[in-house]
Ligand binder design. Structure first.
Ligand SMILES: *[C@@H]1O[C@H](CO)[C@@H](O)[C@H](O)[C@H]1NC(C)=O
Ligand SMILES: *[C@@H]1O[C@H](CO)[C@@H](O)[C@H](O)[C@H]1NC(C)=O
Length: 184
């Protein structure tokens, strides 16, 4: 909790410095080692890499290969990347953001949804993945949120070959597209 509090304070100061942008959110849960799990992918000044996990969500072994890129690889996402509810209007979480990992890993962002069921609620996320995502959109790590292009969930959890629900978008109950105001 202490580190989360520090992150919140930092985010508030960062939000005051940067402007607002509109974007959208989607969901993901591909079970892959995130792009920010590679030291070579960190942005300038970032401390990392982000944690990757073994099949049962313990720490991945040193040198374990990304399960999505190497047959038999034993580095996966961690189950702890699912969103954390803080209050009725705020949650913390992790997201894919941007097309270039070295630009976004492991920055934190706060956004507020401006439409849809979550209008008026906000989220503070740390970017742990990148690639195929625009600079204004966030692909929020949500269990069942769709495996997308790569599926590590069959190897980690025995999920069907296309993941759970829709490959892009996942289980319909977890997937809604919102407009948002980005303050990062
Ligand atoms: C994952 O790591 C935990 C903690 O080190 C260990 O207990 C568990 O056996 C590991 N799981 C696998 C599948 O290696
Ligand atoms: C780095 O991030 C990119 C996405 O920006 C990803 O495609 C790649 O697999 C990551 N890892 C390495 C070692 O480049």
């Amino acid at each position: 909790m202490i580190s989360l509090t520090i992150i919140t304070i930092l985010l508030i100061s960062i939000a005051l410095v940067r402007g607002q942008t509109a974007g959208t959110t989607t969901t993901t849960w591909d079970c892959c080692e995130p792009a920010c799990g590679y030291t070579s992918n960190l942005s300038a000044g970032a401390r990392g890499p982000v944690r990757s996990c073994n099949k049962t969500n313990g720490p991945a072994a040193a040198g374990a290969q990304n399960a999505c890129f190497t047959q038999g690889g034993q580095a996966f996402s961690c189950s702890s990347y699912q969103p954390i509810i803080i209050s009725n209007t705020l949650s913390y979480g992790f997201a894919g953001h941007g097309n270039t990992a070295t630009a976004t890993c492991c920055k934190c962002y706060q956004f507020m949804w401006t439409s849809g069921a979550a209008a008026g609620k906000s989220m503070i996320v740390q970017a742990i993945n990148a690639g195929g995502i625009t600079d204004t959109d966030f692909d929020i790590y949500t269990p069942g949120g769709g495996v997308g292009d790569y599926n590590g969930c069959t190897a980690q959890y025995g999920a069907p070959s296309g993941g759970w629900g829709r490959q892009y978008g996942g289980d319909t109950r977890t997937t809604t597209f919102f407009e948002l105001i980005l303050t990062a």
